[in-house]
Design a protein around this ligand. Structure first.
Ligand code: AP5
Ligand code: MG
Ligand code: ZN
Length: 217
């Protein structure tokens, strides 16, 4: 049984953290639109500058640009074994486009886990988030903790995402509630949604997630 997993959740809900576990377990690609845009913004190009300005404001990149980038990635052969989408779709037009592109490549969504976390916890989580500049591992750290990657064999330095400043997080949460929250009912109506308590400890969220995926298969 192939897994077509769409991780849904507010900024800081734990989508990337859980996707990293699923990648290890199922050996299928982790397709994070946010990671793809962070790679694009590093490029010295008109699109890179446009994407950087949009991300730092907390707004969404336009649907046409986003849909094209995800479509190109999903059509790669490694996605035939399944996929984990993280951060896409985020609007109704993106959800409709995803249904179309999956039909074209003979794939389907098997489950949409929705990690529910109250918005007041999100600013704190994102203020403490640090990411390894070498391997991409994500940590939750206190101010005095060492900012060095703990992954065996990696001693990369850690950085904070520019869009994790509290004012930008507040805007991102607003954008989630307005544009992305309607997808909760979109997928519930299709029998694909599985709401999980994203406020449990990471390992407990993982256990609930794996049980939900097994039940959907
Ligand atoms: P994106 O990178 O997708 O960001 P996001 O959706 O806002 O989500 P985050 O990555 O901030 O949170 P997460 O849920 O992955 O949490 P994480 O696991 O890291 O998008 C960034 C920007 O790109 C957008 O604002 C937009 O501009 C653009 N973009 C991207 N996709 C787009 C699209 N489809 N359309 C248009 N524009 C798009 O966890 C967060 C922290 O909490 C970590 O420190 C972690 O260690 C900790 N943590 C995780 N789980 C737990 C737990 N259970 N308990 C305690 N702490 C936890
Ligand atoms: Mg993420
Ligand atoms: Zn690292």
């Amino acid at each position: 049984m192939k897994n077509g997993i769409v991780m849904l959740g507010a900024p800081g809900a734990g989508k990337g953290t859980q996707a990293a576990v699923l990648v290890e377990k199922y050996q299928i690609p982790h397709i994070s639109s946010g990671d793809m845009f962070r790679a694009i913004r590093k490029s010295d190009s008109e699109l890179g500058r446009r994407v950087a300005a949009i991300m730092d404001s907390g707004a969404l990149v336009p649907d046409d640009v986003t849909i094209q980038i995800v479509k190109d990635r999903l059509s790669k052969p490694d996605c035939q074994a399944g996929f984990i989408l993280d951060g896409f779709p985020r609007t109704r037009p993106q959800a409709l486009a995803l249904d179309e592109m999956l039909k074209e490549i003979g794939q389907a969504i098997t489950i949409v886990p929705y990690l529910h976390v109250r918005s007041e916890l999100l600013v704190e989580r994102l203020s403490n988030r640090w990411t390894c500049n070498t391997c991409g591992s994500v940590y939750s750290l206190k101010p005095n903790d060492a900012k060095v990657c703990q992954k065996p064999g990696c001693s990369g330095t850690l950085f904070r995402r520019p869009d994790d400043e509290p004012a930008t997080v507040a805007e991102r949460v607003k954008v989630f509630e307005k544009n992305t929250a309607p997808l909760i009912s979109y997928y519930a109506e299709r029998g694909l949604l599985k709401q999980l308590d994203g406020e449990q400890a990471v390992a407990n969220v993982t256990a609930s997630l794996l049980a939900a995926i097994a039940a959907a298969a």
